[in-house]
Design a protein around this ligand. Structure first.
Ligand code: ADP
Ligand code: MG
Length: 613
């Protein structure tokens, strides 16, 4: 539940050292350079060319033509210069537009793919725990959301910087060559730059303070239009309460406007009129030099009048350009953090190659990060090849956690899980994973074909038969055979109008086919049968035992009737194994297991007789 009243503090301004800002931006440029080596050089080269051409046409040519005209040079010669530069401009425009519309997008696609893939790869490697750590997860989501755009922004800002520096250098040179006094004029724009920088910061602070208010407004809006709230909104006085909250947010908006409005107006005025002032002063000075002192020609005057404003504007924005790099660096920090993150459970690629064998759990205790108590305590188990093992116990007793440790999704807090006497961490991770076939209760079907959902890898020769066989064993064939495209039917309609939407039970059968489609020596099923009724579940497990002859089977069910099929049953309570043994032994012992079994059987009989009555 969202705690509505809580006022969120605006996020503290993250600060990075100048070195880190530089290094983060460089990091991105290096990635781009590696993925698409010709992109940056072409991009920047054309930018420089454009700035120089601009200078030649709008400053140099203008000055030359007007001055020469004043000095009485032949008109044909001037016309030739103008023509040459205009042709140059047209050729340039054709090229740059082809680059922008044809060439650059191709590179950009390559870059986006490389960046996203680097994130996907990392995401599949970090330990499961990271998904439960909100701080890490936030960074991860932000990295996923922003990285590509930020990388492109770095290129744009770098390009802008290059363009601006080229443009300033060329234009400032001509101004100083006309009259060195004009260099003084540069001081004003630099000041303006700092005013703008200050204004941008203030704007950012204001936006940060505004965001939580906006979020609360959006929440009120949602509560009125989303179906999930509609019942409460009609039956109670919630609408009144919500409208009250909305009014409160309006007040906060107005207060915020008051806090920043005037300051922003003043800063904006300085920022906007500053460049005008520069043009005015420089123009006045040039007019004086041209008309009274006679040190400038008409062309010089024109250039000063024309160029000074541009130089002032570019100089002022140089300051904010540097600020932009700082902002990019903050976002890139998330991306870098994520990519540099070293999973605690490292993907061991040069470890021992795993092979079928005995799994042992030796004194394992496990606590989830941030949890107040152990989810598992001092667990000991030995699971020999081919054994059928049932894990039973109430919800929350630790069955799924145990399974996740067996699969090396988590590292035990104490103790070790071993395969053939070697800790799981010492195995080559891929070869270890090949030992297991797993179906979870919250199994996910992907928006891919039935066959891909069963194989969980790209299709190969001979896979069609394999998939069909597997579906027949899991009971999914009955449904899949009726689909128009059979095992090649896409699941879900999200991307395919001809896609199939399966019911819970059908989906479960398709996901169970995963077990039969590969022949990993150890099968793990974490309540894969919850959508089935007790009798169907019992039959499913019975079929599975037969079909998986010779393979180790570890299954979780809280229906003890199914557990009776196993060679060995472990009963968990509060993270401990309280009883274990064969069903028969445990029944004879008359302990917790026997008690629970009796209760469930009683309920079951009641249920059946109620249904029959
Ligand atoms: P079971 O599968 O037997 O129902 P679990 O293994 O899922 O039980 O859960 C065992 C205990 O660990 C429960 O108390 C549960 O709340 C806790 N737990 C499970 N998953 C997490 C998690 N990701 N983070 C923190 N605690 C968890
Ligand atoms: Mg569970």
């Amino acid at each position: 539940m969202i705690r509505f009243k809580r006022k969120e503090k605006p996020k503290k301004e993250n600060t990075l050292s100048g070195r880190r800002v530089f290094s983060n931006n460089l990091y991105v440029l290096k990635i781009i350079q590696r993925v698409a080596p010709s992109y940056l050089p072409t991009y920047f080269l054309w930018s420089v060319t454009g700035a120089i051409l601009d200078f030649f046409i709008y400053t140099w040519m203008m000055r030359k033509v007007v001055n020469d005209f004043q000095l009485g040079e032949p008109v044909e010669k001037l016309a030739a210069i103008i023509l040459a530069l205009l042709v140059g401009q047209i050729v340039f425009d054709v090229f740059i537009n082809i680059l922008r519309k044809v060439v650059y997008p191709r590179y950009q696609q390559k870059i986006v793919a490389a960046i996203e893939q680097s994130l996907f790869e990392k995401a599949s490697q970090v330990e499961l725990e990271c998904y439960e750590n909100p701080k890490f997860y936030d960074k991860y989501v932000r990295a996923m959301d922003n990285s590509y755009q930020r990388c492109m922004d770095v290129v744009n800002t770098a390009d802008m910087l290059i363009w601006r520096v080229t443009s300033i250098s060329t234009n400032a040179l001509i101004l100083i060559s006309i009259d060195p006094v004009l260099a003084l004029v540069a001081l004003i724009p630099l000041l303006i730059g700092y005013v703008r920088k200050y204004r941008n910061r203030m704007q950012k602070n204001r936006d940060d303070e505004r965001r939580p208010i906006d979020r609360r407004q959006a929440y009120v809006q949602r509560s009125f239009y989303l179906g999930e709230y509609a019942k409460e909104m009609r039956l109670t006085a919630m609408p009144k309460l919500m409208i009250g909250y909305y009014a409160e947010t309006l007040k906060e908006h107005i207060a915020l406007q008051k806090k920043y409005g005037y300051k922003m107006a003043i800063l904006k005025t300085i920022g906007d009129t500053g460049p005008d002032l520069v043009v005015f002063l420089a123009g006045l000075y040039a007019a004086y030099c041209t008309l009274i002192r006679g040190t400038m020609l008409a062309g010089d005057f024109l250039v000063v009048f024309n160029t000074v404003g541009q130089v002032a504007w570019v100089l002022a924005s140089l300051v904010t350009t540097l600020e932009d790099f700082r902002t990019h660096a903050l976002y890139i920090e998330d991306y870098r953090y994520f990519l540099d993150y070293q999973p605690k459970i490292k993907k061991n690629t040069n470890g021992v190659r795993a092979s079928a064998g005995t799994l042992t759990v030796e004194g394992v205790t496990f606590r989830y990060t941030g949890a107040e108590r152990d989810a598992l305590q001092n667990i000991h188990m030995t699971i020999r090849p081919g054994e059928k093992i049932a894990l039973v116990g109430h919800n929350g007793s630790g069955k799924s956690t145990l399974v996740k440790l067996l699969l090396h999704l988590y590292e035990p807090t104490e103790g070790a899980v071993k395969l053939n006497g070697i800790p799981l961490a010492d195995y080559d991770q891929d070869s270890l994973m090949e030992q297991f076939s797993v179906v979870f209760q919250d199994f996910k079907l992907f928006s891919l074909s039935v066959a891909e959902n069963i194989l969980l890898r790209p299709l190969k020769e001979g896979d069609e038969e394999r998939v069909t066989e597997a579906l027949k064993k899991s009971g999914g064939w009955e449904k899949v055979s009726t689909l128009k495209n059979g095992i090649h039917t896409t699941l879900t309609r999200e991307f395919d109008d001809e896609g199939a939407v399966l019911s819970g039970g059908e989906g479960q059968k398709v996901s169970l086919a995963r077990i039969f489609a590969d022949d990993a020596p150890i099968i793990i099923l974490d309540e894969p049968s919850s959508a089935l009724d007790p009798i169907a579940e019992y039959q499913m497990f019975q079929n599975m035992m037969e079909a998986c002859e010779g393979r180790t089977l570890i299954f979780i069910s809280h229906r003890l009737a199914s557990a009776a099929l196993a060679d060995h049953v472990y009963l968990l309570e509060d993270g401990r194994i309280v009883e274990d043994g064969s069903h028969r032994d445990l029944m004879e012992k008359g302990g917790r297991y026997a008690e629970l079994f009796g209760k469930q059987a009683e309920n079951y009989v009641k249920e059946v007789s109620a249904r029959e009555a």
